[in-house]
Design a protein around this ligand. Structure first.
Ligand code: UGA
Length: 444
């Protein structure tokens, strides 16, 4: 093989959710031959015709390109995908159980299927976020299946955690901060390095258990960073300090860095809340008290309650008041509302008897299905009509860049509650709007 050329590896990606589709697409872009498998027939049909069933910027265009080039295929048959692959990625969901631990059923099922179908040396790579020790469990499940089949197929299991952010998935996959390869076999590590040869990022080869913990510790660290800023923001609010200025000054310290310091109404999504719970449970099982993370969970809940109290303090009795929510997604550039702070805000406002309407560039039906009394309108200006107050829950550009003078003209009242600290309060005040953010002092 010529120097600089990437060895084209045959890849199977099992479980086509956010992580699965991004993995499949980014490996296809790197020049590998990829088959994505999922049991969901409708999803696979859509993908085969180049339709992305989720909202994720830019991914659909790349899917279409790779389908045309025939370097990406989709199937509902795990058998078909696994039999031909040199590397099999597990990218199924691990949703939280009622007690906070992740549900490992899908991981177990996929490992069983892999054990049933691998035919020659394969590397099994787990990308799903899983508790420490799962790589060993997957190894045992596959070995048991091979024993049942009475065959001796060599294989290695690798932990290769995913660090993508929804809404920036492709960007993150193309230019990751790092690639973590948790692997106890030097031969498998070598192939994993070949797989990612073209990706310009630091690569850390470590043990599978270390890799599994790196993923949890990363999310725990980021959630803690945000939560600390949220707590500081509440104090700023009381002491007439502007938390945005504090974050700016803080972020210039290279040891801290400027990212994930944005105070708001709390973190949400399918990852941070679930992963913090899982880590707390892991601690409990290992009899290690995880008091910082338990505090993070508590403060994150408190943050939304505090914000709702602010709305009540300023507006008085909310019964019959018309409140317009801007943004339902747990963050911009996604249609995901899992654990979105907006949901807690809706429940809180409905409990006070407010009448709620709202707008989100990507979320519509999911909200009306969950809250039939909430009116979702596809035009932000129409949604703000006759409103007593507007509450910003998600910092979409489409929301930040609205014509706020026009909004003021359409509203009945003049309250703006900015749950993401993204609007220019000076400009809003000039327009006659009464602005409240999260720990922003408006006297500076
Ligand atoms: C998070 C991590 O950032 C990814 O690295 C990780 O791969 C992913 O979880 C995962 O485990 O799969 P994600 O949940 O997509 O990614 O979203 P983030 O961009 O991290 O935002 C999470 C929440 O924190 C959002 O509700 C967001 O609004 C909030 N946030 C973020 C803040 O309140 N302030 C900030 O400064 C940043």
């Amino acid at each position: 093989m010529k120097k600089g050329m990437v060895r084209k590896l045959k890849i199977a990606v099992i479980g086509i959710g956010y992580v699965g589709i991004t993995t499949a697409v980014s490996l296809g872009e790197l020049g590998h031959q990829v088959v994505g498998a999922d049991m969901d027939d409708t999803k696979i049909k859509q993908l085969k015709s180049g339709i992305l069933p989720i909202y994720e910027p830019h991914v659909e265009t790349v899917i279409r390109k790779l389908l045309r080039e025939e370097s990406l295929h989709f199937t509902t048959s795990i058998k078909e995908a696994v039999e031909r692959a040199e590397i099999v990625f597990i990218t199924v969901g691990t949703p939280p159980l009622a007690d906070g631990r992740p549900n490992m059923k899908h991981i177990g099922d996929v490992a069983t299927e892999i054990g049933r179908h691998i035919r020659e040396y394969s590397i099994i790579v787990n990308k799903s976020t899983v508790p420490v020790g799962t790589t060993d469990d997957v190894q045992s499940i596959i070995a048991d299946q091979l024993k049942l089949r009475e065959v001796n197929v060599p294989f290695d299991v690798v932990s290769n955690p995913e660090f993508l952010q929804e809404g920036r998935a492709l960007q993150n996959a193309r230019k990751p901060d790092r690639i973590i390869i948790g692997c106890s076999s030097p031969a498998a590590a070598e192939i994993m390095l070949q797989l990612y040869e073209k990706v310009d990022a630091p690569k850390q080869i470590t043990s599978p258990r270390n890799a599994e913990m790196i993923k949890y510790a990363s999310n725990a660290f980021l959630a803690t960073k945000i939560t600390l800023m949220n707590e500081i923001a509440r104090l700023c609010d009381r002491l007439a300090v502007d938390v945005s200025e504090v974050a700016k000054g803080l972020g210039m310290d290279k040891r801290i860095g400027p990212h994930f310091l944005q105070a708001g109404i709390g973190y949400g999504g399918s990852c941070f809340p679930k992963d913090i719970s899982a880590l707390v449970m892991m601690g409990r099982e290992a009899q290690i008290e995880m008091s910082i993370l338990e505090g993070v969970q508590e403060v994150n809940q408190l943050q939304t309650d505090w914000f709702l109290d602010k709305v009540k303090q300023q507006m008085g009795d909310l019964y019959g008041k018309r409140i317009t929510l801007f943004g339902f997604a747990f963050k911009p550039d996604t249609d995901d509302i899992r654990e979105a702070p907006s949901l807690k805000i809706i429940v809180g406002l409905l409990n006070e008897g407010a009448i709620i309407s709202g707008f989100d560039p990507a979320v519509n039906k999911k909200i009306t299905e969950m809250f039939p009394s909430v009116t979702v309108i596809e035009d932000a200006y129409q949604a703000a009509k006759e409103a007593d107050a507007v509450v910003i829950c998600t910092e979409w550009d489409e929301i930040i860049n609205l014509d706020w003078r026009k909004i003021k003209g359409l509203m009945k009242g003049n309250f703006i509650f900015d749950g993401r600290n993204v609007l220019d309060w000076r400009m809003l005040q000039q327009e006659g709007l009464r602005y409240w953010g999260v720990g922003r002092n408006m006297n500076t």
